[in-house]
Write a protein that binds this ligand. Structure first.
Ligand code: NDP
Ligand code: GDP
Length: 342
């Protein structure tokens, strides 16, 4: 029988890809939108699914609104992707971040416990919960040590997922996803900030990109593959928690070098820390500068995930690795910039 899914955060990167996947699988897909305006529609438009998703208005801050929505739709599966998802902003807005990313999840869980406890529930947990990592690589058993209000809020939600599963026997899963990127990634994240900025530099629309900590290491995968893992988690016999990661880690500096390289620039580095400059070998122009503005009050220096459990139990394995991901993103942004120039 045709299943019904509710995706919160439908206008985000993962929401768009997951919406497409579930439509392809024959689901009726409701997408929860907090009404942030038409411009937020670009990802669904880019994937050509904006008319197929049934958009409903729902904000994780408003209990009654969520209650009525779930009562009306009674979904078989809920994918909770909505969040204040930007770590840097969470230091500026810790209370809002916690209201949405921690209590918002509890609102949803408690409402489905009341209305339809058999609903299968996916929670978008994050490698940021490992923060100051206690083990390398990180597995589902690695102790958590979050380093931002975002990480702390997500950890609250993670334990609520575990608690509702154990206390009420509900089918709740926590997907501990390492950074995943794509041409649909938001511009505030370092990967898209770089690939879009590089595309603009290539086309003479921008001189340089100003960034923060170049030495942070991330395990970057491809979002369109990660959303398949989310779906698989909800199709198992038992609810459980899984890491999705590539098992490779790279510095921000390597991302800069590789992304520039993919459009024909060679970067030479000069200076240290905030005085670091990335210089175009051919012209001597400064293309990368560093500013304390983009540093975090507490940094997550290294993330590296071990996705062995997801491979063994879900049959999930990432195919796209670092180089291909970077190339895919720069090429997409070059195409976008050419369009924008027309
Ligand atoms: P995005 O930031 O692209 O999307 C998040 C969505 O949540 C946006 O559409 C946003 O709405 C919506 N949202 C924000 N606040 C509220 C609210 N109060 N009520 C309802 N909706 C709200 O994130 P991604 O798609 O990249 O990530 C999806 C989820 O996975 C997030 O929860 C994120 O924290 C988590 N995650 C992401 C990782 C990644 O690398 N991408 C890694 C690990 C976890 P609007 O469009 O109106 O701003
Ligand atoms: P995060 O892992 O969820 O915080 O994803 P981001 O893409 O926001 O950041 C990844 C890493 O890049 C972090 O360690 C940041 O400190 C680092 N970084 C360095 N410069 C920048 C920048 O200009 N913007 C962002 N967003 N991150 C940066």
């Amino acid at each position: 029988m045709n299943k019904t899914a509710l995706i919160t955060g439908i206008r985000g990167q993962d929401g768009a890809y997951l919406g497409r996947l579930l439509l392809e699988k024959g689901y009726t897909v409701f997408g929860a939108d907090r009404r942030s305006g038409e411009s937020g529609n670009w990802r669904l438009k880019e994937l050509g699914i904006e008319n197929e998703i049934k958009i409903i208005y729902m904000d994780l801050l408003e209990f009654e609104n969520i209650y009525r929505t779930i009562e009306r739709i009674k979904p078989d599966e809920i994918y909770n992707l909505a969040a204040q998802s930007f770590v840097h902003a969470s230091f500026e807005q810790p209370i809002l971040t916690s209201e949405v990313d921690a209590i918002g999840v509890l609102r949803l869980l408690d409402i489905i416990r009341t209305i339809k406890p058999e609903t299968r529930f996916y929670q978008a947990s994050t490698s940021e919960m490992f923060g100051k990592v206690q083990e390398i690589p990180q597995t589902e058993k690695t102790p958590f040590y979050p380093r931002s209000p975002y990480g702390v809020a997500k950890l609250f939600a993670h334990w609520m997922i575990v608690n509702y599963r154990e206390a009420y026997n509900m089918f709740t899963c926590s997907g501990i996803l390492f950074n995943h990127e794509s041409p649909l990634r938001g511009l505030e994240f370092i990967t898209r900030k770089l690939t879009y900025g590089i595309a603009r530099i290539k086309h003479g629309l921008q001189d340089k990109i100003v960034v923060g900590n170049l030495d942070a290491k991330r395990d970057w995968g491809y979002a369109d593959e990660y959303i398949q893992g989310m779906w698989l988690m909800l199709q198992q016999e038992q609810a459980d928690d899984y890491i999705l990661a590539t098992g490779e880690t790279h510095t921000v500096r390597e991302f800069v070098e590789y992304a520039f390289d993919s459009v024909g620039f060679k970067i030479r580095w000069e200076g240290q820390d905030v005085l670091t400059k990335g210089i175009d070998e051919k012209t001597g122009k400064v293309l990368i500068e560093v500013s304390p503005e983009f540093y975090r009050p507490a940094e997550v220096e290294l993330l590296l995930g071990n996705p062995a459990k997801a491979k063994e139990r879900l049959g999930w394995q990432p195919v796209v690795k670092f180089e291909e991901l970077v190339r895919m993103m720069t090429e997409a942004d070059i195409r976008r910039v050419i369009e924008e120039k027309r």
